[in-house]
Design a protein around this ligand. Structure first.
Ligand SMILES: Cc1cc2nc3c(=O)[nH]c(=O)nc-3n(C[C@H](O)[C@H](O)[C@H](O)COP(=O)(O)OP(=O)(O)OC[C@H]3O[C@@H](n4cnc5c(N)ncnc54)[C@H](O)[C@@H]3O)c2cc1C
Length: 413
């Protein structure tokens, strides 16, 4: 069923009894050409582009829980392409361009809101670093504006400009950056992949990876064994555990990252704003809640909840930037298990096991990458060669070494 103004009107007139489920509740078949492990944004986007761009429709996405139960449904929804290094810029800009057409592509309202992402700077050194980043972006055709203190004050007058411990000197603005509704992204890709014949199997945990001398042959799951010509892992914070089923040791650590939402208030924050003197970033949801977060918890964990010292640290950052936030009550907080790579850059690569592919290392910034990650992983699976935009994300996993051109340049989300 395609969504349109006409179908909305028709269903309204007929009592909303004719809507069909957004995707089938598929039972796993005995064999597929491609099995994707992980029903987050990256796994579902990969399945969609495999079917749409490469005509490979014998595909299953296996999700141990419900779709979007991982980081895809837990992030703070920021999308942007304001990167510095040559390995990163083409990839994240590809993602931004895919975001810009995603609603039409998927026939689904994923609520892309290009409200602008503003990174604040608080020192001359930081301003120079931002100028360099902005110049690199503009040289590569990405929009960037370096703002001085007065520009920032005009844009976001509610910040503390007069009495702050870390005075605001200016900022780097990417107007095309912004937010998208995270679980709608999952649902949109799931529905569009399902419409092209992909089986989406929820409640199906992969418990083993079958490998013969010639490569991967399938997976074992809580719903039986499934044969597969190719298997791709897109399990974010669970990457190390699932890759270990095939004998691989990944350069990835799993950490908790928390996010918070306040009670709803009238529209106040029009942009995404990040604090440059600590780990804190904030935006406002359409429901009115202030959505904010900061640093990861400082220890390895697989629990989807965090601890109080990080809550305190994030709230301190918020108070330093906009003290009036202290009058708001936090409504909810939650945690997600993020796949931290040692240099902050992701991996989209083959593995030493023939037919086994890996998508991991997104740290706290993989939501914005969702469309390009799916696009490039689908390309790699279908053609067995890396997509040009993700060429820097190849890594020789078995040796634990890196031949990538991208390196550490991540900051909050
Ligand atoms: C609090 C928080 C805030 C964030 N904010 C941002 C942000 O603002 N912007 C941004 O760009 N990024 C952000 N991120 C990062 C982003 O959410 C992730 O990098 C991205 O969602 C990871 O890809 P994914 O969606 O495929 O992962 P996930 O949604 O985690 O998908 C992985 C799936 O694999 C499943 N799985 C695991 N093991 C198995 C198994 N054995 N068998 C079957 N299924 C399995 C899991 O259940 C899960 O559903 C944030 C993350 C967190 C936690």
């Amino acid at each position: 069923m395609r969504y349109s103004a006409l179908s909305l009107a028709w269903n309204a007139l007929t009592g909303h009894r004719r809507w069909t489920p957004a995707w089938r509740d598929a039972a796993p078949r005995a064999a597929y050409d491609v099995v994707i492990v992980g029903g987050g944004g990256h796994g579902l986007a990969t399945a969609y582009y495999l079917a749409k761009e490469h005509g490979i429709t014998s595909v299953a996405v296996l999700e141990k829980s419900w779709l979007g139960s991982g980081n895809a449904g837990r992030n703070t929804t920021i999308i942007r392409s304001n990167y510095l290094l040559p390995g990163n810029i083409p990839f994240y800009e590809l993602s931004m361009k895919l975001w810009e057409g995603l609603e039409q592509e998927l026939n689904y309202n994923v609520m892309v809101s290009q409200r602008g992402v503003l990174n604040l700077h608080h020192s001359d050194v930081q301003r120079d670093a931002f100028a360099r980043r902005g110049n690199a972006m503009r040289l590569n055709g990405v929009d960037a504006e370096l703002l001085d203190r007065d520009d920032v004050r005009a844009l976001v007058p509610y910040l503390d400009f007069d009495n702050a411990r870390f005075p605001i000197h200016g900022g780097l603005l990417q107007r095309r950056g912004g937010t998208a509704r995270h679980d709608a992204v999952v649902w949109g890709y799931a529905r569009a992949a399902d419409m092209r014949g992909v089986d989406i199997v929820q409640g199906c945990e992969v418990t083993g990876i079958r490998v013969s001398s010639s490569g991967v042959t399938g997976v074992e799951t809580t719903r039986g064994a499934i044969r597969a010509g190719k298997v791709a892992l897109a399990v974010a914070g669970h990457s190390s555990r699932v890759a270990a089923m095939a004998g691989l040791r990944l350069p990835i650590e799993s950490h908790v990252m928390q996010a918070f939402v306040s009670e709803g208030i009238k529209p106040l924050i029009d942009h995404v704003v990040t604090f440059g003197a600590g780990h804190f970033y904030i935006s406002q949801s359409d429901k009115g809640g202030l959505v904010f977060g900061g640093d990861i918890d400082g220890y390895n964990s697989y629990a989807q909840r965090g601890n109080l010292p990080t809550v305190e640290d994030v709230c301190e950052g918020g108070m330093a930037l906009m003290p009036m936030i202290g009058r708001l009550r936090v409504l909810r907080s939650w945690g997600g298990v993020v796949d931290m790579s040692m240099d902050g850059s992701p991996i989209i690569d083959r593995t030493p096991v023939e037919g086994l592919y890996l998508n991991t290392g997104w740290c706290y910034g993989g939501f914005k990458a969702t469309p390009a990650s799916g696009w490039c992983l689908a390309h790699l699976i279908a053609r067995d060669e890396p997509h040009a935009a993700a060429g820097a994300y190849q890594r020789q996993v078995h040796l634990g070494t890196s031949n990538r051109k991208a390196a550490l340049e991540s900051y909050t989300c």
